[in-house]
Design a protein. Structure first.
Length: 487
C-alpha cells in the first residue's frame, strides 16, 4: 500500500502536491471547479450545497469521468462521474475494496478519527458494507434473509395502515407540509416496526440517523445515539425475540455476534430511511410541480411504480455513495488511481451521463438500470422494501387527496444538501378538507412461513396451535401517531 505524506494541501489522491501551477483564465472549466488545494474541488460548502448537479457537470467538463475532490476537512478522494466507470468500480471488488481499512488516510494523518464528521460514513464497521469476499457473503446472506421474511402483501397492508393514520392527522385542515408530515414519517414508522423497535424510541433515533448524513459537528454524537439505542434493542430481542429483522439476524445460521447484529440494524435504518424519505419527497414534488408528470400518471401513460423509477434516474435519493478503496494501482476514466486511494460512487452524476442518456428529457421510467441503489455485489438488498413504501404511501395519499396542489411558488422551494444527499426541506400543499378514515387496530404482519411444515395449515384454536390468541390492547391510532411525530 502506498502511504503518501500527510500534506493537507494535496489535490490529487495518492500524489504529492507540486509547486502551484498557473491560475486558469476566467471562464475556464478548471477555474470553476478548482476551489480546493491542488486544484481539487470541495464536495462541501456553498457550491455543493446549492447546486450539486451543476458542480458534477463542471467536474466532468474539467476532468472527464473521474475527478479529484475534497471531503470535509479537505480529505482527498476520487469522485466517479461516468455511468460505465461507476459500474466498473462497483463490479470489481477485488481491485476496489469495500473495506475502508485499506485507505491510506488513516495512517497519513489526513483525518482525525476521534473528531472527523466523516467517520460515521467512511469508518470501518462490522457489517456487510465493509466486507468483501466470503465474509461479505456470510453477512449479506443474513441481511437478505431478514428482509425477505416479510410477505410483500402483508407489508403493503401495514404501510397502508400507517399512511392512513398519518393522512388522518392533517386531512381535515385542507393544507399540509408533506415532507415533515408524510414523506419523513412513513418510512420511519415502517422501518422501526420492521426492526422490532418500540414506537417511543423511534423519533429521536431517526432524527439522529438523518443527522449522520449532514457531516456536521453533531454527527459523531448522533452516531453514538443510534448505536446505543440499537444495542438496547439487541439486548431486548435476545431475551424476547419476535417477528422482526433484529430477531431474524440473531437466529440466522451465519452466527452473527451482537455487535454485528447492532451494526446491521444501523445499516438498514440509515440506508433505508434516508433514501426512502428523499425518494418520496422527490416524487411528490414532481406530482405537484410538473403537469406533464402528473398528467402521465392520471392518464395511465405511466404507473406510479414507473414514476418512482423515473425519479430514481433523475434525482437519486443518495447522490454520492461512500466508498471504495483501491487495493492496488489502477487506471479508471483516464485517471491514475494509487493503492489506498478512496473512490466515491457518483450515483447522481452517473445517471445523467450523456454516454447512456444523450437526451435527459427522454422518459426512462420503464428502465431499472440506474445507479440509485449502487451496483455489483454491494447493490442495496433492501431496495424493494423502499420501493414498496414509496409506491404504497404515495398511492394512498393521491387516492385520499387527489386535488393536492402546491400552495407556494415553485421557486420558493429549497433544499438542504450534504456531500452524500440532497433533501427537499418542505413541500407545502393545499386540498379540499376531508373526513379522517380512522382505524384503531393495525393489521399485523403475517408470520414467516414454516420451512419444515409440509402438511395442511393448522386451524386456529385447534390442538396443534392451542387457543387462538387475542391481540393485546393498543392505544388509539391518533395517540400513537402524535407520540411518533413528537406532537
Amino acid at each position: 500500500m502506498t502511504v503518501p505524506p500527510a500534506e493537507p494541501a494535496m489535490g490529487i489522491p495518492g500524489q504529492a502536491a507540486g509547486p502551484p501551477g498557473p491560475t486558469p483564465p476566467p471562464g475556464c472549466p478548471a477555474h470553476a471547479v478548482g476551489a480546493g488545494p491542488g486544484g481539487a474541488t470541495r464536495l462541501y460548502g456553498t457550491a455543493a450545497a446549492t447546486d450539486p448537479m451543476g458542480l458534477y457537470e463542471e467536474l466532468r467538463a474539467a476532468h472527464g469521468p473521474v475527478a479529484p475532490v475534497l471531503l470535509d476537512g479537505d480529505v482527498r478522494a476520487w469522485l466517479v462521474l461516468g455511468y460505465l466507470e461507476n459500474r466498473d468500480v462497483a463490479s470489481r471488488p477485488t481491485q476496489f475494496s469495500r473495506d475502508p481499512r485499506v485507505w491510506h488516510g488513516w495512517t497519513s494523518g489526513e483525518i482525525d478519527p476521534a473528531t472527523s464528521p466523516l467517520v460515521p460514513m467512511i469508518g470501518w464497521r462490522p457489517d456487510c458494507v465493509c466486507a468483501d469476499g466470503e465474509e461479505h457473503q456470510r453477512l449479506r446472506g443474513a441481511v437478505t434473509a431478514g428482509l425477505n421474511q416479510f410477505d410483500h402483501r402483508g407489508l403493503r397492508r401495514q404501510i397502508t395502515r400507517f399512511a392512513h393514520e398519518l393522512i388522518d392527522t392533517f386531512c381535515e385542515d385542507g393544507e399540509a407540509e408533506l415532507v415533515e408530515r408524510f414523506a419523513e414519517h412513513l418510512p420511519m414508522l415502517t422501518l422501526t416496526h420492521l426492526l422490532g423497535m418500540s414506537e417511543e424510541s423511534s423519533p429521536g433515533l431517526v432524527h439522529a440517523a438523518r443527522d449522520l448524513f449532514k457531516a456536521t459537528e453533531t454527527s459523531l454524537a448522533s452516531n453514538e445515539h443510534v448505536l446505543e439505542s440499537l444495542a438496547r434493542l439487541v439486548a431486548e430481542k435476545r431475551v424476547q425475540p419476535g417477528h422482526d429483522i433484529a430477531s431474524a439476524l440473531m437466529a440466522h445460521s451465519a452466527g452473527l455476534t451482537d455487535e454485528e447484529v447492532q451494526h446491521h440494524l444501523r445499516l438498514i435504518l440509515l440506508a433505508g430511511y434516508e433514501t426512502t424519505a428523499n425518494l418520496m419527497s422527490n416524487v411528490l414534488r414532481m406530482v405537484v410541480t410538473d403537469p406533464r408528470f402528473r398528467g402521465s400518471l392520471a392518464g395511465g401513460q405511466m404507473t406510479l411504480p414507473e414514476a418512482v423509477e423515473q425519479v430514481l434516474w433523475d434525482e437519486p435519493p443518495l447522490m454520492v455513495c461512500p466508498g471504495r478503496w483501491a487495493n492496488g494501482d489502477a487506471t479508471v476514466g483516464g485517471q491514475q488511481i494509487k493503492a489506498g486511494d478512496m473512490l466515491l460512487l457518483g450515483l447522481a452524476a452517473g445517471n445523467v451521463d450523456k454516454t447512456i442518456r444523450p437526451d435527459p428529457s427522454t422518459p426512462v421510467h420503464h428502465n431499472r438500470a440506474h445507479l440509485s441503489f449502487s451496483a455489483g455485489t454491494h447493490e442495496c438488498p433492501g431496495q424493494d422494501v423502499g420501493r414498496i413504501i414509496a409506491d404504497t404511501g404515495i398511492d394512498i395519499l393521491l387516492t385520499r387527496l387527489p386535488d393536492i396542489a402546491l400552495s407556494v411558488p415553485e421557486t420558493s422551494l429549497s433544499w438542504r444538501s450534504s456531500t452524500w444527499a440532497r433533501h427537499l426541506t418542505a413541500l407545502p400543499v393545499n386540498f379540499a378538507p376531508r373526513v379522517p378514515q380512522a382505524h384503531d387496530q393495525p393489521t399485523p404482519l403475517p408470520p414467516p412461513p414454516s420451512m419444515s411444515h409440509t402438511g395442511p395449515e393448522p386451524v386456529p384454536g385447534s390442538e396443534e396451535t392451542g387457543p387462538a390468541r387475542v391481540p393485546a390492547p393498543r392505544s388509539a391510532w391518533r395517540g400513537r401517531v402524535r407520540r411518533l411525530l413528537g406532537r
